[in-house]
Design a protein around this ligand. Structure first.
Ligand SMILES: Cc1ncc(COP(=O)(O)O)c(C=O)c1O
Length: 382
């Protein structure tokens, strides 16, 4: 009864959401600070008889507020049930499930294809492309859709290969239907300059999604590229910087034609009402959140220094997490994951060759950072 594609699929593995109380949770890049008092007040006040009604189907007020923030029009914005939803919509809207399925085409296109007036589908039309390592959802989205995927290695120090290097490498497809770039990157934390992203976007003929989930902790953002180029979309989320993982609100900014295509295929009421209300209230209280970004960045720098002093190799980060290699010794990074867990601290470890020697550690409060350093000292001395 189950399609072979689904039968063979490896689902995305989210970070653990523990049921045990009292753990220090530094494994899923959540924000250690709660939503602003105003957001909590507004959400609580909205829990009334309204819950029986459908929410606004287009998240109109939220899109208007976001348009003001990003100096564009509501037509440049689509909101999703977390940015994960808009990333999935992009795969469905821009990527052919499999090359050669001419039967899916409209009669007029079929005729054009038969008479040679339309080029046959190319391999690139079915390709989802991304750098590796980056957000581990992208390959899953490609697989769900039955699309091909092209994971192209980042430079060994996790920087972005230049266009010239990508051309030389001959693995990158400049015509891929859809390319995802996590910027700043996860799990490396490495930030990319907007100028280098622009060079990459200009060299691409398909849609490019710049996934800026962590950009509020970075030095630069590339929003202007989404408003300059018709094939570039910027993805943002309220989850990380705006303490709203629970409410699931994310969005794309881009050209109205791409946005309209995505809008056609989304669920009618894809963003829940409380999520819309919470996100609107968030945008009315940005000062509170900007103060939190500064606190998190300060804790990140402090924690990086403290771990470096203990012998960790900590990569420079422009996000709300760090990628840190524990000091050489008998313990592997996977052992560290377990040892920290025994001390009630959860961090994340990825089983890819490029990062298997590292731990990804979310930046928590200063007290949580101190507890982590203390635990690391104990592990090192035992
Ligand atoms: C790079 C990246 N993009 C998108 C997301 C998804 O965020 P959301 O909570 O908005 O679905 C994540 C979450 O971990 C992420 O790491």
């Amino acid at each position: 009864m189950i399609r072979p594609l689904v039968h063979q699929l490896h689902a995305y593995v989210p970070g653990e959401q523990p049921k045990i109380k009292g753990l220090i949770k530094l494994n899923t890049n959540e924000n250690p600070y709660p939503p602003s008092p105003r957001v909590l007040r507004v959400v609580k006040a909205a829990v009334d008889g309204r819950l029986r009604l459908y929410p606004n189907p287009t998240a109109q007020l939220l899109r208007e507020k976001l348009a003001k923030l990003h100096k564009c029009k509501p037509e440049n914005i689509i909101v999703g049930n977390g940015s994960d939803e808009v990333l999935a919509l992009a795969v469905r809207a821009f990527v052919e499930p499999a090359v050669g399925q001419a039967s899916r085409l409209s009669p007029s296109k079929k005729e054009k294809l038969a008479t040679g007036k339309m080029p046959a589908l190319r391999k690139s039309d079915s390709l989802v492309q991304y750098f590796h390592p980056s957000y581990s959802l992208y390959p899953v989205l490609a697989d769900i859709h039955g699309a091909a995927r092209n994971a192209v290695p980042l430079n060994p120090n996790f920087t972005l290969p230049s266009v010239a290097e990508l051309k030389k490498g001959q693995v990158w497809d400049f015509h891929a239907a859809l390319t995802f770039v996590t910027t700043p990157n996860a799990p490396s934390g490495c930030g990319y300059a907007t100028a280098e992203l622009e060079k990459l976007c200009r060299a691409m003929s398909g849609v490019v999604v710049l996934d800026e989930a962590y950009v509020d902790f970075a030095r630069e953002n590339a929003m202007k590229l989404a408003l300059k180029y018709p094939h570039v979309l910027v993805a943002r989320t309220f989850s990380k910087a705006y303490s709203l993982c629970f409410q699931r609100v994310g969005y794309f900014v881009g050209h109205p034609e791409l946005i309209a295509a995505l809008d056609k295929i989304r669920d009618s009421y894809n963003v829940n009402g409380l999520g819309q209300i919470a996100a609107v209230a968030t945008l009315e209280d940005l000062k509170y959140y900007r103060a939190n970004f500064r606190k998190i960045v300060a804790t990140r720098e402090e924690l990086s220094r403290a771990l470096t002093l203990l012998g960790f190799r900590v990569l420079p980060s422009q996000t709300n997490f760090i990628l840190a290699k524990p000091p050489g010794g008998t313990l592997t990074a996977k052992d560290w994951l377990q040892k920290l867990r025994e001390k009630k601290i959860l961090v994340r470890w990825f089983n890819y060759p490029e990062v298997k020697d590292y731990l990804r550690i979310t930046i928590g409060t200063p007290a949580e950072a101190r507890a982590l350093v203390k635990a690391a000292k104990t592990i090192l001395s035992s």
